[in-house]
Write a protein that binds this ligand. Structure first.
Ligand code: G6P
Length: 372
C-alpha cells in the first residue's frame, strides 16, 4: 500500500499533489489548434444546447461547492440563469424544470444516491441532463443524456481534493463552450480565458511548492477549537469548502461565510484569538471586491481575530491586517478557486495529521454515499 501512495504518508497528500495533473488532464484534448473548444463528446445536439434558458447544478458535499464556483463563471460567460442545489433538497421541493432546462450533475463517484435520484427526476420532467463525473461508466453518467468526464484519476481518500479541482475545470470548459456556441459577445475573451486555464496547473504547482508555510501554521494551530473562513464572490464557496475540509478531517468546528454577511451575524463570533481565514479577491479584479474584503479583514482584526489571509502575490494592502499571509500566483478572478482552495486543503490535512487522525478515512464518513 505504501507504494501506491508514491512515498506520501496518505492518499490525501498524494492526491493534493496530483492536482496540477488532474487539471491538465481534464483540459487535455478539448481544444483544437485554433484555440476553439471541441466538446463533441457531450452528444447533446448543439442546437438544443443553444435553446437552454436555465441551468440547475445538482450535487452533494464538495461537489456542490464546485457547482457554486461554476455558477459565477457560467452566468457571467453565458448569461444563462444558473441555480445550484443540493440534490436531496431539489428532489423534494417540486422544482420547475422543462425541456429547455439543462441539469448539470456533478459527482466524483457517479454513484451518490441523492444525485442519481435527482437526475432521474429531472429527466422524467423532460430536462436535458449532463453529468460531470470522475468515474467512467458509473450510474449517473449512464443515466444522463451527456457526460463530461473529469480526468483526475481514481480518488481514494474520502475527502475530495483533486476531483474538486477537476470538477471546477470541467465546469469552466462547459461554461466557455456554451458561451462559444451561443456566440456571446466576448469570443476573444474566451480564447484568453482558455489560455489562462492552461496556465493554472503550473500555478497550482507553485502553491504546492510553498506548502511548508501553511503546514507549519497548521501544526501550530492544532489545538484550535473553532476556525472561521470568509470569502466573497467565488471565494465564498472556497471558504465553505475550506471549512468542510477542516470539519471532515480534523473534527474541528468550522464555518464558511460570505464576507458581505459579516455584519449580519458572524462578526458576533469574533473574540480575541479567534482564527479566521480570509480568501481575498485579486486587487486587479472588477467591482472593487478587493477593497471590500480588505475592510472586512480590518474589522475582524480590530476585534481580536487571528487573521490568516490567502491573497494574490504582490497584494501588499493585506499585510498590515494579517497575522499570516499566504500568497498565490496572479490569475483571473473567476479562475482563482483552482488556486485558493489548495492551501485550505493542505491546512486541514496537515492539522488533522498533527492531531494523529487518519486523513484518508475520517470517522463516520464514506467515500460514496449510496443510500439516502
Ligand atoms: C461524500 C464524500 C465527499 C463527496 C460527496 C459527494 O460525502 O465523502 O468527498 O464530495 O460524497 O460525492 P460525489 O461522488 O457525488 O461527488
Amino acid at each position: 500500500a505504501a507504494a501506491e501512495k508514491d512515498g506520501y504518508p496518505s492518499f490525501m497528500e498524494k492526491e493534493i499533489h496530483e492536482q496540477p495533473r488532474a487539471v491538465s488532464e481534464t483540459l487535455l484534448g478539448r481544444t483544437d489548434a485554433a484555440g476553439k473548444l471541441i466538446l463533441d463528446e457531450l452528444r447533446i445536439d448543439p442546437e438544443q444546447l443553444k435553446q437552454v434558458n436555465k441551468i440547475i447544478v445538482l450535487a452533494c458535499g464538495t461537489s456542490a461547492y464546485a457547482g457554486q464556483v461554476a455558477k459565477y463563471a457560467i452566468e457571467h460567460w453565458c448569461r444563462i440563469p444558473t441555480e445550484v442545489e443540493l440534490s436531496h433538497e431539489f428532489r423534494y421541493r417540486d422544482p420547475i424544470v422543462d425541456g429547455n432546462t439543462l441539469i448539470i450533475s456533478i459527482s466524483q463517484s457517479g454513484e451518490t444516491m441523492d444525485t442519481l435520484m435527482a437526475v432521474r427526476y429531472a429527466r422524467e420532467q423532460g430536462a436535458k441532463t449532463l453529468a460531470i463525473c470522475n468515474t467512467n461508466g458509473s450510474t449517473i453518467p449512464r443515466e444522463s443524456d451527456a457526460v463530461l468526464y473529469t480526468h483526475a484519476g481514481p480518488e481514494i481518500a474520502v475527502a475530495s481534493t483533486k476531483a474538486f479541482l477537476a470538477q471546477i475545470t470541467a465546469a469552466y470548459l462547459l461554461g466557455l463552450y456554451l458561451a462559444q456556441l451561443r456566440g456571446n459577445k466576448f469570443q476573444g475573451e474566451i480564447k484568453d480565458l482558455l489560455a489562462d486555464l492552461h496556465k493554472t496547473p503550473e500555478k497550482i504547482q507553485t502553491v504546492l511548492d510553498n506548502e511548508a508555510q501553511i503546514r507549519d501554521l497548521a501544526v501550530a494551530m492544532k489545538d484550535a477549537k473553532s476556525v472561521l473562513f470568509l470569502g466573497r464572490h467565488v471565494g465564498f464557496p472556497v471558504a465553505m469548502e475550506g471549512a468542510l475540509k477542516l470539519k471532515e478531517l480534523a473534527y474541528i468546528h468550522a464555518e464558511g461565510f460570505a464576507a458581505g454577511e459579516l455584519k449580519h451575524g458572524p462578526i458576533a463570533l469574533i473574540e480575541d484569538g479567534q482564527p479566521v481565514f480570509v480568501v481575498v479577491p485579486s486587487p486587479n479584479g472588477r467591482d472593487s471586491l478587493h477593497a471590500k474584503v480588505v475592510s472586512n479583514i480590518q474589522e475582524i482584526r480590530a476585534r481580536g481575530a487571528k487573521t490568516i489571509v490567502i491573497a494574490e502575490e504582490g497584494d501588499e494592502a493585506v499585510r498590515e491586517f494579517a497575522e499570516h499571509v499566504f500568497y498565490i500566483p496572479a490569475t483571473p478572478t473567476l479562475l482563482a478557486p483552482l488556486l485558493t482552495t489548495v492551501p485550505l486543503q493542505i491546512f486541514a490535512c496537515a492539522l488533522a495529521s498533527a492531531k494523529g487522525y487518519d486523513v484518508d478515512q475520517p470517522r463516520n464518513l464514506a467515500k460514496s454515499v449510496t443510500v439516502e
